[in-house]
Ligand binder design. Sequence first.
Ligand SMILES: Cc1cc2nc3c(=O)[nH]c(=O)nc-3n(C[C@H](O)[C@H](O)[C@H](O)COP(=O)(O)OP(=O)(O)OC[C@H]3O[C@@H](n4cnc5c(N)ncnc54)[C@H](O)[C@@H]3O)c2cc1C
Length: 410
Amino acid sequence: MGRTGAEPTAAVIGGGPAGLMAAEVLARGGVRVTVFEHMPSVGRKLLLAGRSGLNLTHSEPLAQMIGRYGDAAPRLEAALRSFDASALRTWSADLGESTFVGTSKRVFPSSMRATPLLRAWLLRLGELGVAIETRVRWCGWDGEGQLVLRGADGAQRTVSADVVVFALGGASWPRVGSDGGWVAVFRDAGIDVHPLRPANCALVHAWSDGFVARHGGQPVKNVELAVVGVRARGDVVITSTGLEGGPVYTVSSAVRDDIERAGAAVLVMNLLPDLTTSHVAQRLGQRRPKDSISSTLKRTLRLSPAAVALVREVIGASLPVDPEALAELLTALPVSIDAVASIDRAISSAGGVSLDEVDEGFMLRRRPGTFVVGEMLDWEAPTGGYLLQATFSTAVAAANGALDWLGAQP
Ligand SMILES: Cc1cc2nc3c(=O)[nH]c(=O)nc-3n(C[C@H](O)[C@H](O)[C@H](O)COP(=O)(O)OP(=O)(O)OC[C@H]3O[C@@H](n4cnc5c(N)ncnc54)[C@H](O)[C@@H]3O)c2cc1C
């Protein structure tokens, strides 16, 4: 791709947070930017994320944050350092949404929502001259390497630009736009794309009908989950198909990998993480002769009816009378997991364009002038603001990479 005129041009494909951030940085750098988005409006997943409290980033030290990206950390580190959590917070404040650190050290905009932020951002992008074309779907490249776009009327056209930024997202919640349709097109073009898999998702377990009828939708508070070395603590919710909630999402990638590797996974649930097993046994030993086991659990250990029923459901039998045996179950309940929930309802996607396919500026090695950003790159991270942080950081790094690349062109 060579320079097409005096003022360089950029086509940004995908109007999620990654695409819009790349568009902003490019426009500030003097590039004429057009964003192409196939939905009727941009930023739909960002708005969806805002419905449950938009967790923009995390306030922990940067080195700790970088570690959250696992194997991808070395490849994301430079981007995360140059546009870090404090840069993201400043950017949000400049758009009128100052941020605060919640009790969990997660960072949220003051309104907790994405709507005011997106509204202010779109105004700013308009002022910067960024054009946004909605209901336009990118379908692939033609023989000359031009972008093939299809409008709402089904008509196709080709477009070229000096630089192209792909920001097409993963494949979770496809109804808000990111449907993963790009994977096959990228693979056909010889680009290595690792399969998109659910991340930060619910876990599937076939409960009995009676258990779901009585306890479906109920929380089990303050539990610790453990699976192959990953631990997470918090409240879980019993659903008709299994379990969900913060700690479930945290362990879900480890469960997914375990199922892929071994065909099965067992989640070890500690219903009393503040007590040792022997302490629990000691309390159970104080059972009064007239008390049932259930009422002892409620009285001496303050377990909820849902938690007690969960233990019964998992062991498929009545609770053991022996205090040691029961304490063992309460502190290490082995819940077999049949599967992770489908990607349609996952918070994010693992997999994507292999990081070996891009250089330090996220430019495709096989397609100079073409950049890939956000969730369509192959990295994953837990919830906690890490998803949006890397989405924004890779977009800024790629847009700066694109500006450098444009500057180096004859
Ligand atoms: C319920 C939910 C809650 C979340 N909460 C948080 C949170 O609190 N904190 C956090 O850090 N992360 C959160 N996330 C994750 C976060 O929203 C994503 O990681 C982020 O949106 C990824 O940004 P992106 O721009 O890479 O992709 P997307 O936001 O998915 O944007 C991709 C865009 O590309 C468009 N597109 C796709 N294919 C085409 C095509 N062929 N042609 C044209 N356009 C196309 C899509 O319509 C979409 O607009 C949440 C996700 C979900 C589902």
